[in-house]
Write a new protein. Structure first.
Length: 115
């Protein structure tokens, strides 16, 4: 099996973010503002080459270097990631939109390779 990859986001819940969270909106009805939540995004299963390309767009030059796994927004190629997610692998377009919005609301993201 080749490498797969995903992102795990951690951040403070806000009602305005419900549509970008992991579960159906009604499950957040009783969730208090500010509570820490996680959000998994992307789930790249196309293999090692695609997972490494994804990592590169996130500013990671070695997908297995755990020192690089906490993302730095200044290193992310947002234009390239948008092309990757919305044009080349359009199944990830909703994940790209959620990623941009959540990172803009202070969520921290971590790259998670597997395989």
């Amino acid at each position: 099996m080749g490498m797969t990859a995903s992102l795990i986001g951690v951040g403070a819940f806000k009602k305005e973010l419900v549509e970008h969270m992991e579960y159906p909106a009604q499950l957040y009805n009783e969730t208090k503002e500010g509570v820490t939540l996680t959000r998994e995004l992307f789930g790249i299963y196309e293999g090692s080459t695609t997972s490494r390309e994804f990592a590169s767009l996130l500013g990671i030059n070695d997908a297995w270097d755990f020192n690089q796994h906490k993302l730095d927004a200044k290193k992310i190629d947002f234009e390239g990631l948008q092309d990757f997610s919305c044009n080349r692998y359009s199944d990830y377009s909703e994940d790209y939109e959620a990623f941009v919005i959540l990172i803009g609301h202070g969520f921290e993201f971590h790259f998670c390779p597997n395989g």
